[in-house]
Design a protein around this ligand. Structure first.
Ligand code: ADP
Ligand code: MG
Length: 416
């Protein structure tokens, strides 16, 4: 019975960091770096507790679940949390004295950490089920290495083997369970923040469609009178003031236009359209925009791909993306546009530039209202484009590398 009690206690040490993280930290701490630091400390405490209250089997055998905090800390946190937690285990083990067990611990960790780190990237890019499999695989590897090294350093005994097998099964089950738990809570949180975002956007779109029209009319009137004031006899200085006023009015008008196009998708009727033909039109429109930039557009379009969408809106979202691609290359370059069809019934439009590129952080911020790094940017283009593509049940993916270029991949559901 004591063994079960001890195992349950070990389980509690796993629950605490996960619970604290999702209850107190995800909402309050937005910076990924700070979260990582706090999470490493929490997993560190969990390791400390696991090792302080191990499951005692017989006289000499102590088992604990330290691999799980180490595994989760490294898989979710990356290199430094992994190194930190490993060092913590070694230091804490040192405190119990240098014995064969100590060397055993060090050897196992040195053989496990690189493997965990090696799989960290593919873990980060995987979906829930695959993550579970990777985590369980790594736990198995850790236990297996531990068992082998122990056998080499000491001698195998049937009793010890039995204990190890119980331990192995327990660790695997617990790893699977906690990976799933972790992933499930994450999904719920993500869903919640998506709902909050879409609520914000709904409010913006309603407010803007009401105000935009009202503001635009007086602005047009002002612009007209400013043009009338622009008398040839005026001193140059005053002419310049008028010119600036008109430019600024135009800029404000541009912002309002962007906002208006962000109206509710339901107003616009969708129809069956040919994506290749629309792309061709978009390229024609955008050609005029490229004159000031030394831009070459290379297109490779597969025709006869149909989707269900509103052509004006689709064109607008493509133009926004193309405009950004062109603006990202102030010294000129090539923009590639391709349109193909995928095996899983999507039309894939790729827009690729050789521009300034974006960091991962910048990509994550794409699509938020007013996020712009340009002096005269509105930070609305991407928001509108993302919204439009999603309203057609499409997807947008962005790959970018700072200084190399950016690739937008738009997937639209194909119909026949
Ligand atoms: P704006 O173009 O008015 O700045 P957008 O919403 O169109 O607003 O774009 C937001 C920001 O995203 C831009 O300011 C730019 O920093 C970044 N961005 C978008 N597309 C690209 C691209 N192809 N290359 C580099 N940066 C880009
Ligand atoms: Mg833009």
């Amino acid at each position: 019975m004591d063994i079960i009690k001890d195992f349950l206690l070990q389980l509690t040490f796993m629950v605490i960091p996960i619970f604290i993280y999702f209850t107190f930290i995800t909402e309050r701490i937005k910076s990924g770096k700070n979260r990582n630091v706090i999470m490493s400390i929490l997993w560190g405490i969990s390791i400390f507790l696991c090792m302080s209250f191990p499951v005692s089997i017989g006289q000499n055998a102590h088992l604990d679940l330290r691999i799980i905090p180490l595994l989760f800390g490294t898989l979710y946190g990356g290199f430094w949390p992994g190194v930190f937690l490993t060092a913590l285990i070694i230091l804490f083990r040192l405190y119990f004295g240098i014995s064969i067990g100590f060397y055993n611990t060090i050897l196992v960790l040195l053989l496990s950490l690189p493997v965990i780190l090696y799989f960290q990237k593919s873990f980060a890019n995987s979906k829930k089920d695959k993550r579970g499999k990777i985590a369980v695989g790594l736990s198995f590897y850790y236990c297996f290495i531990g068992l082998t090294i122990f056998g080499i350093l000491r001698e195998f005994s049937i009793d010890y083997l039995k204990v190890q097998i119980i331990h192995l099964i327990f660790v695997l089950v617990v790893t699977w369970f906690f990976t799933m738990l972790n992933e499930m809570i994450r999904e719920i949180h993500q869903l919640r923040s998506e709902v909050q975002d879409s609520e914000k956007l709904r409010v913006i779109s309603e407010l803007t469609s009401v105000f935009a029209h009202e503001i635009r009319n007086p602005m047009q009137v002002t612009r007209g009178f400013l043009q009338l004031l622009n008398d040839p006899d005026l001193p140059n200085e005053k002419k310049e003031y008028i010119q600036i006023s008109i430019e600024e009015l135009d800029r404000a008008n541009g912002i309002i236009n962007d906002f208006l196009s962000f109206g509710k998708p339901s107003i616009y009727n969708n129809e069956k359209i040919e994506v290749g033909y629309q792309l061709e039109r978009v390229i024609n429109i955008i050609q005029s925009y490229t004159i000031n930039y030394k831009i070459e557009i290379k297109a490779d379009i597969l025709y006869n791909c149909w989707t269900y969408a509103n052509p004006q809106k689709l064109n607008q979202s493509l133009i926004n993306i193309l405009k950004n691609a062109i603006e990202s290359m102030p010294n000129g370059g090539i923009v590639w546009i391709t349109c193909t069809s995928t095996d899983d019934e999507y039309i894939k439009i790729m827009i690729k530039d050789q521009g300034i590129g974006m960091t991962k952080k910048e990509i994550d911020r794409l699509g938020y209202p007013f996020y712009s790094l340009k002096e005269k940017g509105t930070g609305l283009g991407m928001m509108v484009s993302f919204q439009i593509i999603h309203s057609f049940k499409g997807k947008i993916k962005v790959n970018s590398e700072k200084g190399i270029g950016t690739e937008f991949i738009i997937l639209l559901p194909q119909i026949t």
